[in-house]
Design a protein around this ligand. Sequence first.
Ligand SMILES: *Cc1c(COP(=O)(O)O)cnc(C)c1O
Length: 396
Amino acid sequence: MTQTTPHTRARAEIDLAALRANVRALRARAPRAGLMAVVKADGYGHGAVPCARAAIAAGAEWIGTATPDEALALRAAGVPGRIMCWLWTPGGPWREGIEAGLDMSVSGLWALDEVVAAARATGRTARIQLKADTGLGRNGCQPADWAALVAAARAAEAEGAVRITGLWSHFACADEPGHPSIAHQLTAFREMVAHAEKEGADPEVRHIANSPATLTLPEAHFDLVRPGIAMYGVSPSPEIGTHQELGLRPVMTLAASVALVKRVPEGHGVSYGHHYTTPGATTLGLIPVGYADGVPRHASGRGPVLVGGRVRTAAGRIAMDQFVVDLGGQEIPEGSEAVLFGPGTRGEPSAEDWARAAGTIAYEIVTRIGTRVPRVLLHEEPEREPLPGAVPTARP
Ligand SMILES: *Cc1c(COP(=O)(O)O)cnc(C)c1O
């Protein structure tokens, strides 16, 4: 077990070897497609820059973010290659995006007008990707408005203001295999792509597959798959399987140093509201992380922690900075490691377990780990990894 250094309250270890292995595993699932590594929301809480670099080292051709600011920050940090971002609001920053060589998603005429104006102002060609709303009902252009958007984009392309580098969309229910919307969205996507190509669009990439579609739906792979959560070794949903079943390695381990162990008598209330009362004389362990660190308060009374060699459950409320576990009389030294979640190789719970305990999805568990928790990068250098096809060595 990794030692907690004495001064470390809590840390999130980021195993970049696991991330690279996940990228290779996802590429093997989509052998004819390229891979866009989605690192929005600071790499789902894992750190966008190191995750983008690790994904590229493992063969990702594209990096994806939600906001342009996220994409620009990656470019400013020196991340090379193609970076796409899709969540634009009026005002841009289109000009900065053009100058940084971003691929910029356009879902409507207002965005096309703004990016064309910015391209004219810079004298450069903007790379745009037209987004189709094939049924998600969120961002993207409705089928009824598609012809007008394509026509305007083609006119801007003829003028040299833009180049249509991609046609793309996003699934509503890919995490529910067999959901009827999946086939409807694929049909709508094929039709919308066909229309744009008939109008002369010649995109480098057509793409619609998020993690669940990458894992379960080969007909959705097209030219590029766009996994986020699976790259971090977390299952998109219980219906798709656990991370073990999917052959993924969780990248983040959230650990804390036990802050206090003490004996308390029977009938002692624990934490705010006294929602837990000791059933007998026992020992309590204080875990110094709370909801300000992203440990969900909704998992009060349920969240699992590996501590003292056993998985214990949060006793009573999870507070802002700390929570308590009932150690059942066990005496462990302060400074012992408490592992909230990790790959499970030492018997610790997973982010998926915390999602179940909190009534949410595992995406939310890893993404919300707070900035107060330092990220500790492990295995940043890829040199010593086995080549594809080599016999895997035992995991640490
Ligand atoms: C977040 C996101 C993804 C990645 O989704 P996962 O389910 O995490 O794989 C892909 N495409 C878009 C548009 C997204 O917003």
